[in-house]
Design a protein around this ligand. Structure first.
Ligand SMILES: Nc1ncnc2c1ncn2[C@@H]1O[C@H](COP(=O)(O)OP(=O)(O)OP(=O)(O)O)[C@@H](O)[C@H]1O
Ligand SMILES: [Mg+2]
Length: 513
């Protein structure tokens, strides 16, 4: 300690000597130039270089300052003893930060750097167009001169990327919709947003675990696949088609995807889009790391014919939810008149050149009737993964029992479990139906399981009866068809129809005579 104070005193002494020397040797007008010169000499012998990143750059907020703050917050959260805490707008997470004049070492690519957070009082307010904070905040980065060229650019890029990740993780996800029918908001934005708080996750999603695992892996590969997509020359996007009966979890799956990847959702209401160019504009205004969803695509518009003009044909692609009735006049008339969207417009939206403005986007289409979709929409590369959301299976049922009743497989009676396994495949009940039953009786868990078993049995019985009727009807139809065939093959054998025809012909001849 003594040595420390001793060396500090000698440094101060040297400084004082230099200052008085400066005053004696240089007249006041040369003093500033001399100081600059000393500074240069000092810099030549100093092995470090320093970079100041101030919070406000002129009058604008410096994005790099916010990024550094967020980036460092991920390092200080564990190690620091005195930290500043902040919670940003639209965020439910708290971030840690360095307090005033605190320092922190960081390592990047094996190089050590030092960060210092410097906070000083702002001098008396100078004139400014906007109010300035009382404090001047900034970070100073200290790097060894020899390492500067080695890491500076890549280190700052890395910090920006990391900060974006942290921000996305902390911020609440947003759900966007274009339901205003093409009108723009005050900022010229065609999308409206609300915080997205859907609680569905892959843990709560009841489906075959192997299939679920496959989808989760595919999503992770996609999200981490920037270099792969770059290397293979593909646009960084992926398409999923979710199809299956109502209530099997297609929308829940979309929410689970968004929560899993931390992406925003753009719920595109096609019936509110008037033409292909509006569709393109909507696409251009979506951000990367997002899921663009078109639900019930078979009902949205008439998408069954790619050829311009022919989509107007009334006989093509009419589903039970008639597109013309759903989307009003003008649907499916091609680009002419600029008052409609076509299948080719939608295909360009998902797969054409426009689809890659921005990156890291997932397209999800859902439908209850996959057979009604145009094959062009289904070809691989466009919809990369087709996911069939089926009626509740036994593995899916186990997930529902665990989530809704807290009952694991081991908690259930073996006999009941076996019966459930036998009957679930025959009952063809959706996870939505089953979860309703479980919610109803969730206070009495044993009763819930028994009632579920009864409902499944009843449903299976009804199914087998209606199946029998259909089979019998089909058999009758086949028999009838065969009879007709026989009649056509051997008209000479004669039937009532042939006899009456002959008689009619004879009568006709008589009349003519
Ligand atoms: N696979 C599932 N796992 C967990 N819950 C499910 C599942 N499927 C349906 N549900 C429950 O049923 C409700 C309806 O499901 P969802 O809206 O996801 O079905 P959908 O397939 O999108 O139906 P639709 O085709 O009518 O749009 C959900 O709120 C959820 O609680
Ligand atoms: Mg749905």
């Amino acid at each position: 300690m003594k040595e420390y104070w001793g060396s500090l005193a000698s440094v101060l002494g040297v400084l004082a000597f230099c200052q008085s020397l400066l005053q004696v040797l240089f007249p006041p007008e040369l003093r500033f130039a001399a100081l600059k010169l000393f500074n240069r000499i000092f810099n030549v012998f100093n092995s470090y270089c320093y970079f100041d990143i101030t919070e406000i750059d002129g009058v604008n907020t410096n994005e790099l300052y916010n990024a550094v703050q967020l980036y460092l917050s991920s390092s200080v959260s564990i190690s620091g003893s005195r930290l500043s805490l902040t919670r940003a707008l639209n965020s439910s997470a708290i971030t840690f930060g360095l307090t005033n004049n605190d320092t922190l070492f960081d390592t990047f690519n094996g190089v050590n750097v030092l960060w210092e957070h410097i906070v000083t009082q702002r001098q008396a307010q100078t004139f400014s167009w906007r109010p300035m904070p009382d404090e001047k905040r900034g970070f100073t980065l200290r790097i060894k001169k020899k390492d500067k060229s080695l890491i500076l650019d890549s280190y700052l890029d890395y910090i920006m990327e990391k900060a974006n990740d942290i921000r996305r993780k902390n911020e609440d996800r947003l759900l966007y919709t274009n339901s205003r029918g093409g009108s723009l908001d005050s900022r010229g934005h065609p999308w409206e947003s609300v915080p997205f708080k859907h609680p569905s996750t892959f843990e709560t999603l009841a489906m075959d675990p192997a299939k679920k695992g496959e989808i989760m892996e595919d999503l992770k590969d996609f999200a981490n696949g920037q270099s792969f997509y770059q290397k293979t020359g593909r646009a960084w996007k992926r398409g999923y088609l979710l199809y299956g009966p109502p209530g099997t979890g297609k929308s829940s799956m979309i929410a689970a995807m968004a929560n899993y990847l931390g992406y925003d959702i753009y719920d595109l209401e096609l019936t509110e889009v008037h033409n292909n160019s509006e569709l393109r504009k909507l696409l251009m205004k979506t951000s990367s790391k997002s899921i663009i969803v078109i639900e019930d695509i078979d009902c949205s518009i008439n998408l069954s014919n790619r050829k311009k003009g022919t989509a107007n044909n009334s006989s093509i692609g009419r589903s039970y939810c008639d597109p013309e009735m759903r989307s009003g006049p003008g649907v499916g008339t091609g680009d002419e008149g600029g008052n409609s969207i076509t299948l080719s417009g939608l295909l360009n939206f998902t797969d054409g050149l426009w689809s890659c403005c921005g990156s890291e986007r997932i397209f999800v289409f859902t439908t209850n009737h996959v057979d009604k979709l145009d094959p062009a929409l289904l070809r691989s590369g466009r919809m990369d993964m087709h996911v069939f959301m089926n009626y509740c299976s036994f593995p899916a049922l186990k997930i529902l029992l665990k989530n809704y009743l807290g009952r694991e497989e081991s908690d259930l009676d073996e006999g009941v479990l076996k019966e459930l396994e036998e009957v679930i495949g025959k009952a063809e009940m959706t996870p939505a139906d089953i979860s309703e039953l479980l919610i109803k009786n969730r206070r009495n868990k044993d009763k819930a399981v028994i009632e579920l078993l009864e409902a499944l049995k009843e449903r299976a019985e009804r199914k087998s009866k209606s199946g029998k009727c259909v089979r019998e009807k089909n058999l009758n139809d086949v028999e009838e068809e065969e009879q007709e065939k026989r009649a056509l093959d051997s008209p000479k054998e004669g039937c009532a129809f042939d006899e009456s025809c002959k008689k009619d012909e004879e009568d006709e001849e008589k009349k003519i005579k």
